[in-house]
Design a protein around this ligand. Structure first.
Ligand SMILES: [Mg+2]
Ligand SMILES: [Zn+2]
Length: 183
């Protein structure tokens, strides 16, 4: 069976604009970074399937409901066209619920990897937080930290504990991935 190459992506602060420390569930706050659609389309063209894995603790904290998140995600994946998101998975829990699906825990990623027969050795995880990077490492994906949203502050806070390639944004992340393909 053919193995699939994938790029896993964080949502808030990576694909869409996030003001650090805020929660996004209202369509009016749906704003892509300048290079998002181009970058994701390029990844599709390079043969990667795209998956979004997102922590949405705003649900567990009672700020909004699953319905809000699902409506938002539907609109977002639609607006991302021509880039194609294969699947979007999210954790609805707050940290205090100690679930198994909140990044850096791997349950959501494991399910997708199994379902799509993903070749982790040639796949990536892109995000703006250490938890995204650790999620990637826990699944043997190559992690890339973007400096958008929380990215810069996370580097300041954790330094070399962030074991990832660090880039300005999605556009540069795509360059890193394309360079990796030539090896
Ligand atoms: Mg994020
Ligand atoms: Zn969870």
């Amino acid at each position: 069976m053919k193995k699939i190459k994938a790029v896993f992506l964080d949502r808030d602060g990576t694909i869409i604009y996030e003001k650090p420390g805020t929660y996004i569930a209202d369509i009016k706050d749906l704003k892509f970074y300048k290079n998002t659609i181009t970058a994701l389309t390029q990844l599709n063209k390079a043969g990667f399937k795209l998956f979004i894995v997102s922590n949405q603790s705003g649900i567990g904290r009672g700020y909004f409901t699953k319905k809000h998140v699902e409506n938002f995600n539907k609109q977002m994946t639609n607006n991302l066209k021509p880039a194609k998101i294969e699947e979007l998975a999210y954790c609805p829990h707050s940290p205090s619920q100690k679930c198994e699906c909140r990044k850096p825990k791997t349950m959501l990623g494991k399910t997708i990897i199994k379902k799509y027969n993903i070749d982790v050795e040639n796949s990536y995880m892109i995000g703006d937080k250490k938890s995204d990077i650790d999620f990637g490492l826990n699944l043997n994906l190559t992690p890339i930290l973007v400096k958008t949203a929380n990215g810069k502050h996370q580097i300041k806070k954790y330094g070399s504990k962030i074991k990832a390639v660090k880039v300005a944004g999605l556009k540069q992340a795509v360059l890193v991935i394309k360079r990796g393909m030539k090896k």
